[in-house]
Each structure stands twice: as C-alpha cells, then as structure tokens.
Ligand binder design. Structure first.
Ligand SMILES: C[S@@+](CC[C@H](N)C(=O)[O-])C[C@H]1O[C@@H](n2cnc3c(N)ncnc32)[C@H](O)[C@@H]1O
Length: 450
C-alpha cells in the first residue's frame, strides 16, 4: 500500500508525541496506558480516525515489545526513562516506533516510511529462525549497532519468571504476549444467528466459539460501538476467559446473586443474562462511581433483574448475611492475565505489590462470603496468572472456613471436569488468562440433618 508521505509525517509526529506522553505517564506514575492515550486523543482532536488508529497501534506496539526495545537504549538513559525521570528524545522515539512497528510486522509500509525518514536500511532477519519475532529483534539490533541477545522471556520483567504457575506452557504463553488477542463478544440475544449475520454484514470477520454458544471472536477495523446491535444491547465486549467465570457460576433462573466486586459490570450482565432476565443480581463495588457504567450497560440491554449498590467492603453480617443463592467475588488483582491486552501492566506491576494485593483479595473474599445462604455457591475469580493470588488465597480461605468446599464444574472451554478450580491460559482459547474457583457453602446443620 502506498503512503501519502506528507500525511504520514504528520501521523508519525502525532504518534511520537502520544508515545512520549504515554511512556512517561506509564513509567513515571504507573498510570494505565489506555486512559493516558484516551486523554491525549481527547486533547488532540485534530487527529482523525485513521490517525487515531495508527497512533493506538504504534503506541501499543511499543508497550508490547518494550522488553525487546529497551535493549536498544543506552543502559544509563534506560534507568532514567523507566523511572519516568526523563522523556525519550524525538529521534529516539521515531527509531523505537520504527522498531516497534517492524517487530509487530503488520503495518510494514509505515515501518518502511519511518526507516526511510531516518535513513535506516531495511532489516534482514534470519528467515530460517524458529522464532521470527526474535529474528526480527536481532536484525534490528544490527541496524542500531547493539550487540544484545534477545529472548522471548524479554517480553516480561525478569522478576515475573518465578511467579509463573506450574503447568504453564511458557513458550506458547510468551508467543501470546507478543500478539494481540481477538476481541471477544458475548451475544446477549436469543437470535444469535441474526446477530452474527449483522456483524459480518458490518464488515467484521466473525467466528463462533465451538463450545460457548454466546461467544464470538471478531476482527476487523469496524467501530463496534457505532453499530445498532451494540446500541440495542445485543452484545457486550467480554473476553472469552472472563465469560468462563459467569459460566462457572452457572446461576439459575429466579435466583438471587450478589456480584460483590462488580466494577463496570461485565460479569453482572452475564449473570443476569444466564438467569434469563429473572431473579435478581445485586451489583456492588467499593468504588461506587464504577457502577455508573454498569447502569448504562444494563439499561442499554433492558435488564430488569439488576440492582446496584455501594458496598463499604465490611463483612456481611446480621440481617444482610446469608441472603444470596450465589456470590461472585471477582477480586481486584494484579491483572497479569490481561497483559496481552494491556501490555503496560507488565512494566508497572512491582513484585512488592503482590503482598498487598493478596491481602486485599483475602479480605474481600472473607467479607463477602457470609452473604452466601447455607447451601449456596461462592465463586472466587481473578484475571491473574499468579498462584499467590489464586490457589494461595483460596487455600487460606478454605482453611479458615471449613463450611465451604470446592465443587466441581465443567470447564466451559472443553466440557471436562475441573474439580472446582480452573486456570484458563491465553492459549486455551486465544484469550486472556484468568482463574476461577467454585465453592459450596454447607447447608445449615438442621437442614443437613433432614
Ligand atoms: C476485577 S475488578 C471487577 C471487574 C468486574 N467484575 C467486571 O467483570 O467488569 C475488581 C473490582 O473490585 C473492586 N473492589 C472491591 N473491594 C475492593 C478493595 N477492598 N480494594 C480495591 N478494590 C476493591 C474494585 O473497585 C474493582 O471494581
């Protein structure tokens, strides 16, 4: 594809400015890249939709491949850059944007245009190499005059290696971290064939999941949020791994559920749909402003069975306790399971934060659990990969609460029994990674004796 060079230069300038702002905010204050980039785009309204798309892809490619790109920078500058103390210089950033787009290998005309602007030769990777991403990094190293060894483990900070769970296929997991996942939708209509046809007609490539009837992966450059089907609440964006959490909960029609950490309500909506719009899902969050989005989403799809409430995080007790058939605790976490989508998180999470995170998880689970009726279901979930946040918190909780036991449920992706806990890895379904456990509270003693 031919590029209009003048237009491209202005796009590149914008991408350079956006990348500079995002990198400094991410490294300097750990702010989430998506929020910083959205704010930058709001302030730079002169950028049209194509510019925005290019800027987004370029900035995210930089974050995704940062672990390789950082090797192109002099060590002493790198330390200051990663502390957010200094900003990358314009030329340095252009060179890194070129490298990021080249590693990404999807918008090569743009990478080529930057290489020409900078007077770089086109890289020549070893085409026989097993890992083409690393071969490309090596070829870039030659151009930048850097004698570095590149490994797939560079895609993560070193400290993470000791926190990865047993059973993880490291190579496949790292390959996933180098690629963007598709966007998964959860269809919220009985007329799924119609919806799939509408999405295809809108220009999206749509593929249905083989086991989860409501899940479809979509790719294509179409703004989903402008579609009538979206405005009418016929689908929600929800990753496949996240959909597994609602399916593990498996609420029944007419039941009363509590979604204790509802946030923007991805899982509240799923529970409400699984209950066929009957019964009640009470959605709470410690940050009540987060529930605003949930209310909008619930209204859009016309769910009559969702209520929202603030929760101060204190333990359920007295009249408030034991009122729900099921409670979902989708706990705040390291979000290590969504690092494909939010690659900045790999670089902002600090090892020492894990202790605090697991403490909060244990507290939230312990505080919400008494809301479960005797005989009811308690679900603990995270979008984390780390055993400390998953099995670690769960084991402590079960040891302190003998009234709960794990309950088997089928793995929604395969139909196989899980024994009560499931860790989905990204490569299990080209999705995020997440953890879910299903527990059953013992019947009240007098009921159990009947
Ligand atoms: C993983 S997010 C929830 C995502 C949501 N369930 C969804 O599907 O969209 C975790 C939520 O827990 C809430 N939360 C509850 N108790 C908390 C606490 N003690 N500290 C921090 N966050 C807490 C956060 O505000 C956040 O919205």
């Amino acid at each position: 594809m031919e590029l209009n060079l003048n237009k491209f230069r202005s796009q590149l300038k914008s991408a350079n400015l956006a990348a500079r702002t995002v990198l400094q905010a991410v490294f300097g204050s750990g702010k989430p890249a998506d929020r910083v980039l959205s704010a930058w785009l709001r302030e730079n309204r002169q950028c049209g939709s194509r510019d925005r798309q290019f800027i987004g892809e370029a900035v995210y490619a930089m974050l995704r491949y940062w672990g390789l790109l950082r090797k192109f920078l002099p060590a002493e500058r790198l330390v200051e850059i990663e502390r957010g103390e200094i900003r990358l210089a314009r030329l340095e950033l252009d060179a890194l944007l070129f490298a990021a787009l080249y590693l990404d290998y999807r918008n090569l005309p743009a990478a080529d245009a930057i290489a020409r602007e900078l007077g770089f030769p086109w890289p020549k990777p070893d085409r026989e190499a097993r890992n083409q991403l690393l071969a490309r990094a090596g070829a870039l190293g030659k151009i930048f005059g850097v004698d570095a060894v590149f490994a797939d483990g560079d895609l993560l900070p070193q400290w993470i290696a000791t926190h990865l769970p047993e059973g993880l296929d490291r190579e496949r997991f790292l390959a996933d971290l180098a690629a963007r996942p598709p966007m998964w939708l959860r269809m919220q209509t009985a007329e799924t064939d119609h919806l799939v046809a509408d999405l295809s007609a809108a220009g999206l490539s749509v593929s249905r999941h083989g086991k989860i009837a409501d899940a479809v992966a979509v790719t294509g450059r179409v703004n989903l949020f402008t579609l009538d089907a979206f405005r009418n609440g016929l689908f929600e964006v929800q990753d496949l791994a996240s959909q597994c959490i609602g399916l593990a909960a498996a609420p029944k029609s007419g039941e009363r559920w509590l979604d204790a950490c509802a946030g923007a309500g991805g899982k509240t909506l799923q529970l409400a749909a699984l209950m066929n719009r009957t019964g009640t899902v009470v959605a709470t969050d410690i940050r009540s402003y987060k529930l605003d989005d949930l209310r909008t989403r619930a209204r859009r799809a016309g769910f009559p069975n969702i209520r929202t409430r603030e929760w101060d995080g204190k333990p359920y007790q007295g009249k408030q306790a034991a009122r729900f058939d099921g409670v979902l605790v989708d706990a705040p976490c390291s979000c290590s399971g969504v690092w494909r989508r939010n690659p900045d998180g790999r670089w902002t999470l600090k090892a020492e934060e894990l202790t605090d995170i697991t403490r909060v998880q244990f507290e939230v689970l312990t505080a919400a659990a008494p809301a479960v009726k005797p005989g009811g279901v308690l679900i603990y979930a995270t979008c984390s990969l780390f055993p400390e946040e998953n099995g670690g918190v769960l084991e402590r909780f079960l040891a302190a609460h003998p009234e709960y036991t794990l309950e088997d449920f089928p793995n929604p992706l395969t139909g196989e029994p899980t024994g009560g806990t499931l860790q989905v890895f990204s490569y299990d379904g080209d999705c995020d990674s997440m953890f879910v456990a299903r527990m059953r509270r013992q019947e009240a003693l007098e009921d159990a004796a009947l």
